[in-house]
Design a binder for this molecule. Structure first.
Ligand SMILES: O=C(O)CCC(=O)C(=O)O
Ligand SMILES: [Fe+2]
Length: 367
């Protein structure tokens, strides 16, 4: 099956920007248990925490690419709905983290309306009927099968990656799989993203700097704009979208589980550079998280046991508490293997310090 993607319909990626050094890992080879590929995958998870997953030649991968294209077509229609319709499905009244979210941009349309960078977070458990479903626009329900398939297929890829990590970490069989069972409640979700053309602004770029706070993220984007910070430097470089590949990155949970052996790298999204700057930017993300009840702390066993024990004074939280706290901005700063890297002058710092020293009741009451 040929992998047909829509990248060719868009202006080309800028040639004169610095490109992030992501290695490409073949999903087909990982599925076949190829040792060299698995080693390259593990190295990328330790050193950069980001890599391309080449879907070509994998039945599962090619299904995901085709579904990602369909969901991209879908989201362009979805975001055409008027703001006031989408607002009905927004936070805070529907949910503090999931459903529709936006930031006002410094850009107005021809009628003087302030434009938004928008996203829509759709829970795996809503899609699979594993919880009381949050209200959502009918368009989403009309595409139920597509969302369902996408979740199951992304999860199959993530399970494959967790299996390889489990082996390299020399953990007892299925340790990671048992923390990420698809039928259990978790914060896994699909995120639709759209941003209109805008100009680069360093302050808003900085506000968007983050690490993902779950386990493994599967990301499709069609235009440039994603930047990662090169480890141990202050340099930001662009991730070039590759047709037929997704970008995979690890989140904070994997850092916590492995006492810093694996990397959750800082990244951000800025307007696409070069000729692509005039385009509306969409991306599609699948975030996996540990099951809600899992406590985020180092796992026992394998090569993790050789990691130094570092007391960072944090009170362990469950995955659910962590996602709600990070997802609603209560834990500012960027999480690294040393714990939080606070941003200077961050007004929320004091608040977060209180949370980290242990007030889980505040967090659980959010939902
Ligand atoms: O839009 C992108 O390319 C990346 C989005 C992202 O990093 C996120 O939603 O966490
Ligand atoms: Fe991210």
């Amino acid at each position: 099956m040929a992998l047909l993607t829509s990248h060719y319909l868009l202006p080309p990626f800028a040639e004169d920007v610095k490109i992030a050094p992501l290695v490409s890992v073949s999903l087909a080879k990982l599925e076949a248990g190829d040792n060299d590929t698995s080693d390259a995958f593990f190295k990328a998870c330790r050193e950069l925490g980001f890599f391309y997953l080449d879907m070509f030649g994998s039945e599962l991968g090619e299904k995901i690419v085709s579904e990602a294209e369909q969901l991209n077509t879908f989201q362009k229609e979805f975001f055409k709905m008027p703001y006031k319709v989408k607002d009905k499905y927004g936070r805070p009244h529907l949910h503090p983290f999931y459903a529709y979210r936006y930031n006002d941009l410094d850009v107005k349309d021809e009628d003087g309306v302030t434009l938004r960078a928008e996203s829509y977070n759709l829970r795996k458990d809503d899609i699979r009927g594993q919880c009381e479903r949050l209200a959502c626009p009918p368009m989403i329900l009309e595409n139920q099968k597509l969302f369902e398939n996408y979740v199951v297929h992304c999860r199959a890829v993530i399970d494959c990656l967790l299996g390889h990590l489990n082996t390299h970490l020399e953990l007892p069989p299925n340790t990671l799989a048992n923390l990420h069972r698809i039928n259990e409640r978790s914060g896994d979700h699909v995120r639709l993203i759209q941003a209109p053309p805008s100009t680069f602004n360093e302050a808003s770029a900085q506000r968007g700097e983050h690490t993902d706070f779950g386990s493994i993220t599967v990301l499709f984007n069609w235009l440039g704009g994603l930047q990662i910070r090169v480890p141990d430097t202050t340099e930001w470089v662009y991730v070039r979208p590759i047709p037929g590949s997704c970008v995979v990155n690890l989140g904070d949970a994997m850092v916590k589980f492995t006492a810093g052996l694996l990397r959750s790298n800082i990244h951000r999204v800025v307007p696409p550079p070069g000729e692509q700057a005039s385009e509306t930017r969409n991306s599609l993300v699948f975030f996996s998280r540990p099951e809600d009840a899992v406590v985020l702390k180092r796992l026992m066993g394998g090569i993790i046991d050789a990691q130094p024990v570092e007391e960072n004074g944090e009170t362990p939280m469950t995955a659910h508490e962590w996602i709600m706290a990070k997802g609603t901005g209560q834990l500012p700063g960027v999480y690294t293997k040393k714990g939080f890297e606070w941003r200077e002058n961050d007004k929320r710092l004091k608040n977060a310090a209180v949370l980290l020293s242990g007030m889980p009741r505040v967090l659980t009451s959010v939902v």
